[in-house]
Design a binder for this molecule. Structure first.
Ligand SMILES: Cc1ncc(COP(=O)(O)O)c(C=O)c1O
Length: 490
């Protein structure tokens, strides 16, 4: 066993080099052979923990032994998001250039809290987000910043929206203030839970979020929004923000942002757009329409870690009022004072101080694939999902539960004779989902659409090809037929 020579030294470089090469080989092999693994981990709760020592090692161990345990203990407890059969939630990709970008970022280990703590990290972030802005077709007034997740991006948007009101919440807080109206923001009933969580964190409370009904395509009903705002004003609330969703989590519906923007302009409300998943589609010209109206938003979030082949985490937040965002968050103690003029110190634009060099991997992903390459991959994912939707539509024992504008299909089994006999189709589809996922060949997730249990198949991994989508459909149909026979004879 090779050990470090002195108490203060790192892993010897010779050893680092040897294991580094081995690990890159391991990763390439893993990606080449990934279909050997069940997509969804098969461990039972607590199993991984039980196999790990309860106490830390007193002495250092060999990297050889650590890798052995990684393979034998950790790997069986992994759900393989990079598996081509991963079609749950929103499928994502740790792409080759993205993985290599992460490796380099870890090696540099910079903390880009201030411009001077790594000028290239700050400036590359500005440039790469401007590239992404151009690819999305957003106007140049939008400036970008990278956060870890869409949840945090939206939290920051809400904080900026509140700061824009000039109520001195930053200085005086919200609690116990008789001079403040209660603040209200509006989302559709299909919006992601992160918006409500943001309201909880910011002290607006769940009561501060009013959920607006949706139309038959699950889009925010703008007339209902207008009515809600008027009602709230009459009742003494202070409306301050609307969050529109481009690509809702359940069905990927797209709110009518242009119309919502008109309401926001008239009412003086901040418009934030949550385009975490679907925003990336706008890179392909035929899907540019998904961001129609977003040019009038105050802020917008899109997640390259969802549908832009960038390893988690990386969320791109755009804002046309960066000064307001800065006002909401900037607080500079003496030990962080920096004297450079005309630079952006990223710590001023969010609750966190330290930040990883995330821009590096996005820069590598965009350069490696290029705009056309990214668009072609998104286009292919939409084509595969549309094909799956067509198979569902053509089968009398299945039904589609929502329109499929992009790469996510909401559907369920509805065997004709079972439906006629009044069987519990929710329970049938729950059993179907469990059976499909137990095969290890593919992993789908679920939602409820208008209260009905619904299967979701999301295409978003670069390794997913037509063969895998066809196989998923075969697996779904085979298990539906088997369950149907069992239920029919029960
Ligand atoms: C529409 C939408 N917004 C926000 C989120 C939250 O994303 P994150 O995990 O980056 O916080 C999701 C996650 O799926 C989403 O679908």
């Amino acid at each position: 066993m090779e050990r470090a020579a002195t108490a203060a030294s790192d892993m010897p470089l010779e050893e680092f080099r040897r294991f580094g090469h081995r690990l890159v080989e391991w990763i390439a092999e893993y990606l080449a052979e990934i279909e050997r693994y069940p997509v969804l981990a098969r461990v039972r709760p607590g199993e991984v923990r039980e196999r790990l020592p309860a106490h830390p090692p007193a002495e250092g161990e060999s990297f050889e032994a650590i890798l052995r345990d990684f393979e034998q203990i950790v790997l069986p407890g992994i759900t393989h998001w990079n598996h081509p059969g991963f079609m749950a939630y929103f499928a994502i990709t740790g792409s080759g250039p993205g993985i290599l970008g992460e490796l380099l970022a870890a090696a540099l280990n910079v903390n880009a809290m201030l411009w001077k703590t790594s000028p290239a990290a700050t400036e590359l972030e500005e440039v790469v987000l401007d590239w992404l802005r151009q690819m999305l077709g957003l106007p140049s007034e939008f400036e970008g910043i990278i956060y870890d997740t869409a949840s945090i991006s939206s939290l920051c948007a809400l904080a900026a929206a509140r700061e824009a009101l000039g109520l001195q919440v930053r200085e005086r807080g919200l609690a116990g203030r008789a001079d403040l109206p209660r603040l209200r923001l509006y989302v559709s009933e299909e919006a992601h839970s992160s918006i409500e969580k943001g309201a909880i964190v910011l002290g607006l409370g769940q009561a501060g979020v009013r959920k607006i009904p949706t139309d038959d395509a699950f889009r925010m009903d703008v007339r209902a929004l207008e009515r809600a705002i008027a009602e709230d004003r009459a009742a003494g609330w202070r409306p301050f923000c609307v969050v529109a969703t481009v690509g809702t989590t359940s069905t990927t519906s797209i709110d009518p942002v242009a119309e919502i923007a008109r309401v926001c302009a008239r009412e003086g409300l901040w418009l934030h757009v949550d385009a975490a998943y679907a925003g990336a589609a706008a890179i392909a010209p035929e899907f540019r329409y998904v961001l129609d109206g977003c040019e009038r938003a105050d802020s917008l979030v899109v997640n390259p870690h969802k549908w832009l082949f960038t390893p988690i985490d990386l969320s791109a937040f755009y804002c046309r009022r960066m000064d307001v965002l800065r006002r909401a968050f900037s607080l500079v103690p003496e030990y962080l004072r920096a004297e450079e003029e005309g630079v952006r110190n990223l710590m001023d634009y969010g609750p966190q101080l330290g930040r990883r060099f995330r821009a590096l991997k996005l820069w590598m992903v965009i350069r490696y694939f290029g705009r056309e390459g990214l668009a072609a991959r998104i286009r292919e994912h939409v084509r595969l999902a549309q094909q799956f939707a067509a198979w569902v539509d053509a089968d009398p024992d299945f039904e589609r539960m929502a329109p499929t504008p992009l790469s996510t299909v909401c559907f369920r089994a509805r065997p004709q004779s079972l439906a006629a006999s009044g069987a519990d189709l929710d329970r049938f589809n729950e059993a179907l989902l469990e059976a499909v996922n137990a095969t290890g060949e593919c992993f789908l997730s679920h939602t409820r659409v208008r209260g009905r249990f619904t299967l979701r198949l999301a295409i978003g991994n670069l390794r997913t090809s037509e063969r895998h989508v066809r196989r998923a459909w075969d697996v779904v149909r085979a298990h539906a037929a088997r369950l149907h026979a069992e239920w029919g004879s029960a």
